[in-house]
Design a protein around this ligand. Sequence first.
Ligand code: NAD
Length: 545
Amino acid sequence: MRAARGAARTARGWPQEAAVRMLHNNLDPEVAERPDDLVVYGGTGKAARDWRSFDAIVRTLTGLGDDETMLVQSGRPVGVFRTHEWAPRVLIANSNLVGDWATWPEFRRLEKLGLTMYGQMTAGSWIYIGTQGILQGTYETFAAVAAKRFGDTLAGTLTLTAGCGGMGGAQPLAVTMNGGACLIVDVDPSRLARRVEHRYLDTVAPSLDEAVALVTAAKRERRALSVGVVGNAATVFPELLRRGLEIDIVTDQTSAHDPLAYLPEGVELGDAGDYAAAKPEEFTGRARASMAKHVEAMVGFLDAGAEVFDYGNSLRGEAQLGGYTRAFAFPGFVPAYIRPLFCEGKGPFRWAALSGDPADIAATDRAVLDLFPENESLARWIRLAGERVAFQGLPARICWLGYGERDRAGVRFNEMVAAGELSAPVVIGRDHLDCGSVASPYRETEAMADGSDAIADWPLLNALVNTASGASWVSIHHGGGVGIGRSIHAGQVCVADGTALAGQKIERVLTNDPGMGVIRHADAGYELATEVARERGVRVPMTSE
Ligand code: NAD
């Protein structure tokens, strides 16, 4: 499976064509973790319910008119309605369940009946761009850690983490881009090998002893180096703590959000799938017990003075369910490092070149540098990404932009398509992990100033306003990132096809979408967000006017 490339389309309009290509791109073996099962990333995050649904989505999109909208219910196309040309061509609702039923066992029961699918965030909304998607956020997070504790660089520090999958695989490169040494543990050697192949990980050591020797030398010599080692985090983390290895930063990105995707100690990797399917409750209990050990070791490193944070996978919550009482001794990464960015409407803006030509991304990189010459960390990121990021599937780029920036970039890209500076249209979207698009009390909305962590009206308003503003496709999901019952979030994608209409839509969507981040944080009492609203003219009736 590979997305079509180039400037000729088979669908009736570019937004429809873009959706077809991005769905295919999500399942390109270069991009997806398990494409045969339609699994894109994040444990079991899928692009379509089943292959029949996939075929029906492609068929329907290809014939869809410019005044029609296809509805997708958890990965299955369920209707087409006449709308209008400003309306999205696709509206998606994935994995949503009514509160009392929002548990993994109930979700799995319904999934087994063929009634739902797990859409993660950008898997079921067709805007996953491979590990780069998370790379910049991870890079920013480690840069914030460096600024907070280590004099703006990770040189001379050692980071310990686990989980080298679709998202977690960004960690070693983000650490080395910040100058540090990184040891990453994964139970699955093929995941580590894949990250080496894609240049996210420097090397895999044949044993823990050799891994420790390599990273200790790199730390001592202030060299950037990432080393993978095969092992279970629940075993390796306590072992490293016991050895007294000097570790400066500890985090984790195993797929802990789903206890059936976290390998318990004592279970062979090859047996995990059958065991989890046959005895989900027993497996869950063992996974949680292992997570409790894993987190207990992380708290041990915290007590020893390391910078420790949860990287948005519910590990603390699962460890607590596994019986460990100090699981929340360390914070989540959003309150620790990211929230001030959210107050400015900053978040993971991304785009992909439908031409398939890396030269188009190079041209958009230059456009971003020209648009924001004063932003040094953005310039450093764009340069490093150009040098070090290997594209997976369609060439794509991500960078964090805020309110008043995303619209300028999007409009510029559309002008470039119109002027022939790019060889085909560009798709512009973002992660659901954004400033105003998610309610997730263990992650994006943990420890909000006004206690509004679990208020889920915001992502719904976000999807509605993006629909009203002219996005090409809009989605509302449940359970992404942190698992069923723990989050509600929304996504949007716009297509820059070079038309004047696309330019108008992009200008509105890319203003209003990050504007949701500003108003959400102003409403929660963040002074920075209120200042941004006042300065940049975001109307917040009861706060800034
Ligand atoms: P993935 O399924 O692609 O990878 C998970 C990895 O964890 C796999 O390589 C697996 O082998 C490994 N693993 C499982 N159990 C292990 C154990 N006991 N010890 C060591 N390794 C183990 O998932 P992903 O896409 O990389 O996502 C990882 C987690 O991060 C998920 O929970 C996801 O929801 C979350 N996430 C966080 C962010 C963020 O911004 N912080 C964004 C997206 C997803």
